[in-house]
Design a protein around this ligand. Structure first.
Ligand SMILES: *Cc1c(COP(=O)(O)O)cnc(C)c1O
Length: 206
């Protein structure tokens, strides 16, 4: 475990560290928790359910199929990867059944990389409008994954575009407070551009 990095990230004011534990064991989750990590991110539902421990706060950060939503509600604090109206509707439906309010982020596709997931920017406003009418879904902000590239200028541009988008949306929707961006490779750049939630896996385990 990279205790130095963990301490550094935990000491940053206004930044939430999500320790990404995919492909790591429950024992490693417990070790990270001992080092002070409070929030854990998993990208697959099955793997999440195998490690789930109600002592900790969990975020689902990977692409989510609608038929798996029912397994998450009541267990995950936040679903960061909402990228379609169909998915949002299913979260509303399942959260209503359990009478809970599910916090979500909308995952925006900022990268032009065809492999990247997320909602196309042009669909953002209509998804927000729909979610605002859902009683059991609380929209808390945006998530993104930048291009996977050595071109740090491009990564910086993408994060800055997200930062501006987030700040513009905040004027109309002052209740949103979370801009989740930055992974092991690029979290420093993300923080420079306004991120307040970083999702870090690989670097924590080095
Ligand atoms: C795996 C993953 C991360 C963490 O990536 P690292 O490069 O290991 O830090 C962050 N966000 C999402 C959506 C992921 O799937």
């Amino acid at each position: 475990m990279n205790k130095i990095l963990i301490d550094e990230l935990l000491a940053m004011p206004n930044i939430t560290l999500v320790g990404v534990t995919k492909k790591h064991s429950k024992e490693e989750v417990d070790e990270l928790a001992k080092l002070g990590v409070k929030v854990f991110g998993e990208n697959r539902v099955q793997e999440f359910l195998e490690k789930y421990d109600p002592k900790y706060t969990w975020h689902l950060i990977g692409h989510l199929q609608t038929n798996k939503v029912k397994y998450l509600i009541g267990k995950v604090d936040m679903i960061e990867s909402v990228d379609s109206l169909k998915l949002a509707k299913e979260i509303e439906k399942q959260a209503a059944k359990k009478n809970v309010i599910q916090k979500i982020l909308i995952e925006v596709k900022i990268s032009h990389d065809p492999n990247k997931t997320g909602l196309p920017l042009c669909e953002l406003n209509s998804l927000i409008a729909a979610i605002e009418n859902m009683k059991h879904v609380k929209w808390c902000g945006l998530m993104t994954i930048a291009s996977h590239t050595e071109d740090l200028d491009l990564v910086g541009k993408e994060f800055e575009q997200m930062n501006q988008l987030f700040n513009d949306l905040k004027k109309e929707h002052p209740e949103i407070n979370t801009l989740s961006m930055g992974m092991s490779q690029d979290y420093q750049i993300a923080i420079e551009h306004g991120s307040n939630m970083v999702r870090i896996g690989t670097a924590l385990f080095e």
